[in-house]
Design a protein around this ligand. Structure first.
Ligand code: 5CA
Length: 452
């Protein structure tokens, strides 16, 4: 977990607003603007303000921990790429106008990377030549650019977006598929920790290519993909995964699920009993591909086997839309008062609302609790503005802080504070001592779960 500082609302750049642009149709887009998480700087391009950036970093960190757990190694590739590797793979022309093309001062063709299969394959080919160095999985978390024809739904379909992209390298197809399923399991765990039910679906491989692919989709009315699945998938629990092989994820593979471009209606009706048939909309938050030697042959990524034979390395690629997830999680976690962040990614775990700013006792208790939370390493937001209590309650709800502590003169006399759970709305009163042990209990708020 990342240790972010605690903050005071009076000095935080947190521009909440009621004014919304006409094109903000998706609820998550509206809430991200209203809660001061993001601001648009160009069509489909956003600045992440302090609150939004904290959420983005938390999502990124959970994704990172689950990649590291399956021994994928983090690195960082540049955003700007040479055109020549894309000409070699044949995708320079195929990618079409979605690719942002540029020329440097020497008139060389370059591009802002929409994905990194070519670059990673080239890096691999330069330095890895033997089966002894396999298996290998590498990933990075980097901004991508796709000149989407219709950027919309805020960060969910942006032009510039943050992606985790991983690449696996194996000596044979059999081993390559093992890497694919390990990544599949890591995705199940990642989305579970993010508080989401993501359903893996057979998918179209599109411009990435290959013959095996799954999309991970969360259910939401506003989703762009039409999905057809077996509702029993929603009951499966990834936190009980015992391992990362095809056998371990078998229940997810056994129930039918497909997006509209892949669905086979006969199969769907044959395999899913009527009472479990679920047709709805979804948001694609991750996409994995196994494409064998599609890039290794043209880019010359060959390795020597144990018998001295030279074979093209077997590859897969695995994406998660980190910035898209910020919007998608809001689509899944909100109510009529605003965002309801899962604790695992909330910008702060606790919000302290001082309802009588300027009152000596209220001010000093607020300050004392604020300091205590800092000592406990629990990120906390203190609303110390000279605003009416109603405004403070509304804002704390809007920005979705999971736990609210309300400090007022009446409670102080009784030596208690009121705490409210943002999700359930439940309120209770705790003594100052109880407060500390209560929050110790729920913190650190997303400990990494044990290895499978
Ligand atoms: N190279 C492969 C895997 S690394 C790849 O690029 N796959 S992808 O095209 O499916 O993208 C991976 C993920 O990035 C998607 O599942 C989605 O969550 C996210 N993504 C794709 N396009 C956008 C976009 N325009 N805005 C926000 N997120 C996006």
């Amino acid at each position: 977990m990342i240790s972010f500082p605690s903050d005071r609302v009076s000095s935080l750049f947190l521009p909440t607003t009621r004014e919304l642009p006409a094109d903000a149709h998706a609820l998550s887009h509206q809430l991200m603007l209203r809660a001061g998480l993001i601001r648009q700087t160009s069509a489909g391009i956003y600045a992440w303000l302090p609150l939004g950036y904290r959420v983005l970093r938390h999502i990124e960190q959970i994704v990172r921990e689950e990649q590291n757990r399956i021994n994928a190694q983090e690195m960082l590739m540049p955003t700007i790429q040479n055109a020549d590797i894309w000409q070699t793979s044949g995708r320079y022309d195929n990618y079409g106008p979605e690719m942002l093309r540029l020329k440097d001062r020497h008139n060389r063709d370059m591009l802002y990377g929409p994905t990194n299969e070519e670059m990673i394959t080239q890096l691999f080919a330069q330095d890895v030549h033997s089966y002894k160095n396999l298996p290998l999985s590498l990933y990075h978390i980097q901004w991508k650019f796709r000149d989407e024809i219709r950027p919309r739904f805020g960060v969910m379909r942006g032009r510039e977006f943050l992606m985790k992209d991983a690449y696996s390298f194996d000596i044979s197809e059999k081993h390559g598929l093992e890497s694919y399923y390990a990544m599949f399991a890591a995705y199940l765990r990642t989305f579970e920790r993010l508080g989401l039910k993501a359903i893996p679906m057979q998918a179209n491989t599109g411009p990435i290519g290959g013959n095996k692919s799954h999309e991970f989709v969360i259910l939401a009315e506003t989703g762009e993909s039409r999905i057809f699945c077996d509702a029993r998938l929603l009951k499966l629990n990834a936190s009980q995964l015992q391992g990362t092989t095809e056998k371990h994820i078998a229940p997810w593979l056994s129930f039918y699920a497909a997006t509209d471009d892949e669905v086979d209606m006969n199969l769907y009706h044959e395999q899913v009993p009527p009472e479990y048939r679920l047709q709805t909309q979804g948001i694609e938050v991750g996409h994995i591909f196994f494409f064998g030697d599609k890039y290794s042959i043209p880019l010359g990524a060959f390795v020597e086997t144990q018998n001295g034979q030279k074979v093209p390395v077997q590859m897969g690629s695995y994406g998660i839309g980190i910035s898209r997830l910020a919007g998608a999680i809001i689509e899944a976690c909100h109510d009529e008062n605003g965002i309801v962040w899962p604790s695992s990614i909330a910008p702060y775990l606790v919000g302290i609302i001082n309802i009588k700013n300027g009152d000596l006792e209220c001010d000093s208790l607020s300050q004392e609790l604020f300091s205590r939370f800092q000592v406990m390493n629990i990120p906390c937001l203190l609303d110390d503005r000279n605003e009416r209590p109603g405004v403070k309650f509304k804002d704390m709800d809007l920005i979705g802080i999971p736990w609210h502590i309300i400090i007022g003169p009446k409670n102080i006399k009784e030596h208690v504070v009121e705490i409210k759970n943002r999700k359930s709305g439940e309120r209770s009163f705790l003594s100052f001592d109880q407060l500390e042990s209560f929050f110790k209990h729920i913190s650190p708020h997303h400990p990494p779960s044990p290895s499978p």
